[in-house]
Ligand binder design. Structure first.
Ligand SMILES: [Zn+2]
Length: 573
């Protein structure tokens, strides 16, 4: 089907706070990629100069983050050799590392000098802004001990100390992330990226907060010490993807409406060579039987904000396009009012984040395609992304409770809760991915249930899987990537009956809300996966990331990017 964009971008009031760029993305961080030397005996130390000939610090803030053992090695090479820092500073650093706690991150900031404002040391006299800037060295020690369900890299500690260690915008900053284990860099970089969200609509003068918004931010230079060239490139791709997912989640729903999400996907597709795109809008969705996405998006569509199914396809070099793919299916509800089952009692704010699954999957898809092209991740099969995009609005055109709709699987659904719309849009997506795309592995990701937060909290997603090995792999990849995942029960024989309907194949919400709600939501999605595909051993993983997709602050976290990259990398090993 050809793409039809008609009707999507029209109505007034729509604005773009950030336009998707089809060339570059990264804005807050700038990665220094090491070049592996041919001998492979040592990872070359790329080196930005840290001190001038006059021994003055060339960056306002020099930060070093890692576990104490890795930090000691790096500091010996970068700071303590030579006489650029004085004995007193060296002693403070040593004492701090000696006293670092095993199970908690800690940091120290040491003032090393003062300069007047301006961009660098050489032109401070003709700069109007003469605010004094204190030059500093900061050390952040990550915990060496974590519990068995956590990511051993200590990335959760980095999340806590990133701001204090790496400093505010408006300064020139360079941060060295050090580790002895190459596997750590993905999750460490993810944690660092999360700490520096890019989206802001604060006015320049009105903001009370100093720092980020008032000063044009210079990218922080990030050095991954201990990483090979390939690892650093991979980490950079993950960081860019996390930033993309966070920005999409943070953008207000009038901008990041269905058309905004389609625009983001098209821009991402342009940034990577060889990505094919296909877009269904209202007319095509109805024509091809994607009745659930069309129904959920129906009210907004009457006002011109049509739903969409966005498909991106990447076929790696040397792989036949007819090979069975790995498929991602993401929930992309640009805003969720609950529909006629309206969210009352204060649960509506924050619902711009209801597209976090689709956003993370878009980011992961772009990162994987990029890494495949760069040769840092080997993909042996095609990659498919389906973003199920709709705004769940309220209006006279909205789907009603008691309505019966038909999914792409040909199954009928009686609506008893229009706020259980995520599973509806996913139903069409997983059906298409199994029946039509015949994926070997089908992963859906969604901010699906509030019950997930009760079950596994704000750090762990709740996963439901029809295969032991695939589930174990997902848990393992959660620990590697820092996007932690914890299994919930998969048992269709117990959960199917929750959806019994007198007039249709099933209802869309459960009878008993106290019976494993998150597993039941997954069950509904599973009901629409092609039966033949299941019988032939198709592997399905459902990731409910309602909790970890946003910080307590309401900011997006980009949860899911790292998990998916790690998972696909493992599946292709
Ligand atoms: Zn909802």
């Amino acid at each position: 089907m050809s793409s039809s964009q008609a009707g999507g971008g029209g109505p007034g009031g729509r604005y773009h706070a950030t336009k998707p760029s089809s060339s570059s993305v990264q804005t807050n961080l700038s990665f220094e990629i090491p070049i592996d030397d041919d001998s492979k005996t040592s990872k070359s130390n790329t080196t930005t100069k840290l001190f001038g000939d006059d021994k003055k610090q060339l960056f306002d803030r020099l930060s070093f983050v890692g576990k104490p053992a890795a930090l000691r090695k790096v500091l010996d090479v970068e700071l303590k050799k030579g006489d650029c820092i004085d004995e007193k500073t060296k002693a403070v650093i040593d004492a701090f590392l000696d006293g670092a706690k095993k199970d908690k991150a800690s940091s120290v900031v040491i003032a090393t000098g003062t300069r007047k404002g301006g961009k660098n040391n050489n032109n401070n006299n003709n700069n109007k802004d003469t605010k004094a800037v204190v030059q500093e060295i900061a050390i952040g020690a990550l915990p060496t001990h974590v519990s068995r369900h956590n990511d051993p890299s200590g990335a959760h500690g980095l999340q806590e100390i990133a701001k204090s260690t790496c400093g505010d915008a408006g300064k020139t900053r360079r941060v060295v992330v050090a580790s002895d284990d190459e596997n750590d860099f993905g999750s460490l970089v993810t944690a660092l990226t999360r700490a520096y969200p890019v989206f802001s609509m604060k006015s320049k003068s009105g903001g009370e907060k100093k720092g980020d918004e008032e000063t044009k931010q210079e990218p922080m230079v990030v050095v991954l010490r201990g990483a090979s060239e390939a690892t650093a490139k991979k980490a950079k791709a993950i960081s860019e993807a996390v930033e993309l997912a966070c920005r999409m989640v943070d953008t207000p729903p009038t901008s990041m409406d269905p058309q905004g999400m389609v625009d983001e996907a098209m821009a991402a597709a342009k940034r990577v060579n060889g990505v094919k795109t296909q877009v269904w809008r209202d007319k095509e969705l109805r024509r091809d039987g994607m009745g659930c996405i069309a129904a959920v998006g129906q009210s907004a569509a009457t006002d011109g904000r049509e739903p969409a199914l966005v498909r991106l396809t990447f076929v790696p070099k040397g792989v036949d396009a007819s090979e069975r793919p790995i498929a991602f299916v993401g929930k992309g509800i640009s805003f969720d009012t609950g529909g006629l089952s309206l969210k009352v009692g204060g649960s509506m704010p924050g619902m711009k984040a209801d597209m976090g699954g689709a956003a993370a999957m878009l980011g992961a898809f772009e990162a994987l395609a990029k890494c495949s092209l760069e040769g840092t991740i080997t993909l042996k099969q095609p990659l498919e992304l389906l973003m199920c995009v709709a705004e769940n609005a309220i209006g006279s055109g909205a789907i009603r409770n008691d309505d019966v709709i038909t999914s792409y699987a040909g199954k009928t659904v009686e609506l008893n809760n229009t706020d259980a719309e995520g599973r509806l849009v996913l139903a069409d997506g997983v059906s298409y991915a199994s029946k039509t795309l015949n994926a070997t592995h089908l992963i859906d990701m969604a901010t699906l249930t509030g019950a997930q937060m009760v079950a596994t909290g704000s750090k762990f997603s709740g996963i439901v899987c029809n295969d032991d090995d695939f589930e174990s792999l997902a848990v393992k990849c959660g620990k590697v990537s820092g996007d932690l995942a914890h299994p919930l029960p998969f048992a269709p024989e117990f959960f199917c009956s929750e959806f019994e309907s007198k007039v249709a194949d099933m209802k869309n919400s459960v009878k008993n809300r106290a019976n494993a709600q998150s597993s039941c939501a997954a069950q509904f999605v599973y009901n629409h996966i092609d039966d033949e595909w299941k019988e032939k051993g198709g592997k399905w993983l459902h990731v409910d990331m309602a909790g970890p997709s946003t910080h307590d602050s309401g900011r997006g976290t980009g949860y899911g990017v790292g998990l998916l990259v790690s998972l696909v990398e493992e599946l292709n090993k």
